[in-house]
Ligand binder design. Structure first.
Ligand SMILES: Cc1ncc(C[n+]2csc(CCOP(=O)(O)OP(=O)(O)O)c2C)c(N)n1
Ligand SMILES: [Mg+2]
Length: 370
């Protein structure tokens, strides 16, 4: 158990010794490209919301390293039980931007057909499990999955994600306790961005860190610098290797900061000191990794421009594609609920179709409340 924070890259881009083992340049470039893709998605997501084209958006600016470094430590067969602030994990696993954006719009090509909250992505084939909105409820689910893996004896492991606020929920403690007792192949991963909407970390816990809580459940916990993609990767990779080799659960806390609002419905200026926001803007994980790549001789102006251009183009193309599809037909809301639609539901569906023909239904135009 260590209470010292693991950091590989300092804020000026220099390193504490050599990262072990040395990572291939292509992997480092992929880290950078994916972090920028997440930020480009955020830029567009907030813009779409502010211009009234989507109802709600959850930005994750400042947490790109924490998402990408953790997902990169997993293998394709591993499971992620994510939170709504983990789009970088989906992108790293290979999720299609068009599908992600279709979900933001809740349009016809959205897998959930607009029935899930925005930012609650699900990619079954990637084992990126449908996001649970009530915070920390995904953790007992993740632990159950890890227990099943242990019984079946497969080579998978589980990443159970949460925020700092999630650690105050009973579900967090239930999952941690089961994992310790059953020595399940799970990595609990907390992105401690120091705020749970307007509740600061000190209102959440009196512990010296979140990672230290693992000690009480009988497994290792480590805190890493969540704005340092290499520290996150190293900490999570060690935990993943331990889980896969039968060493049981671990806890990784990534100390980071939510640079933007909690969601498009939030205004952090009403509760967060401007100086704190400024301090963390200077610790931007993308800037830090750029400085590192520069010092390693991997970064060039051309690479920077190409990366941003491609990331923005991919998002813009995806939006165009999604808007072509338009919203799902209203009668589809009755479908895919029962294997065979009950007669009363079929009657309601017919009634709605007839009613819609009168043209009386209006969009209330109200913003999403959360
Ligand atoms: C059980 C439950 N209580 C309250 C909420 C409302 N809520 C949504 S997000 C959130 C804050 C979560 O903070 P944290 O776990 O730190 O994650 P972050 O948003 O910072 O990524 C709250 C209280 C909820 N979704 N579920
Ligand atoms: Mg938080």
């Amino acid at each position: 158990m260590t209470t010292e924070m693991l950091q590989v890259i300092r804020t000026d881009g220099t390193v504490h010794g050599k990262p072990e083992p040395p990572l291939p340049e292509e992997l480092l470039r992929r880290f950078y490209r994916t972090m920028i893709q997440v930020r480009a998605l955020d830029e567009k997501g907030m813009l779409l919301q502010r211009t009234g084209r989507i109802g709600f958006y959850v930005p994750s600016g400042g947490q790109e390293a924490a998402q990408v470094g953790a997902a990169a430590a997993l293998e394709a067969q591993d499971w992620i039980f994510p939170t709504y602030r983990d789009p970088g994990m989906a992108i790293w696993k290979g999720a299609s931007l068009t599908e992600m954006i279709a979900h933001e719009f809740g349009f016809a090509t959205d897998r959930c057909k607009g029935r899930q909250m925005p930012n609650h992505y699900a990619f079954k084939e990637l084992k990126y499990v449908s996001i649970s909105s009530p915070i920390a409820t995904q953790l007992p689910q993740a632990e159950g999955c890890a227990m099943a893996i242990k019984i079946k004896g497969t080579n998978e492991i589980v990443l159970g994600c949460m925020g700092d606020g999630g650690t105050s929920e009973g579900d967090f403690h239930v999952a941690m306790n089961f994992a310790g007792v059953f020595k399940s192949p799970i990595v609990f991963y907390c992105q401690n961005n120091q705020w749970a909407i307007s509740v600061p970390l000190k209102g959440q816990t009196a512990s010296e860190s979140i990672a230290i809580k693992a000690k009480a459940y009988g497994f290792p916990g480590i805190q890493c610098d969540g704005n340092d993609v290499l520290a996150v990767y190293k900490a999570v990779k060690e935990a993943v290797d331990r889980a896969r080799s039968g060493g049981g659960p671990s806890f990784v806390e990534a100390l980071t900061y939510r640079m933007g609002p909690h969601s498009s419905s939030d205004d952090p200026k009403r509760y967060r000191p401007a100086a704190e926001e400024e301090e963390w803007r200077r610790k931007d994980p993308i800037d830090r990794f750029r400085k590192y790549l520069q010092k390693q001789g991997i970064w060039t102006e051309a690479f920077e421009k190409e990366t941003w251009d491609k990331a923005r183009e991919a998002v813009n193309e995806a939006v165009k594609e999604v808007e072509k599809a338009g919203p799902p037909a209203v009668h589809t809301m009755f479908e895919e609920v029962y294997k065979e639609m009950p007669a009363e539901l079929a009657e309601q569906q017919r009634g709605l179709i007839e009613y819609l023909k009168t043209g009386e239904i209006k969009d209330s135009g109200e913003a999403f409340p959360l």
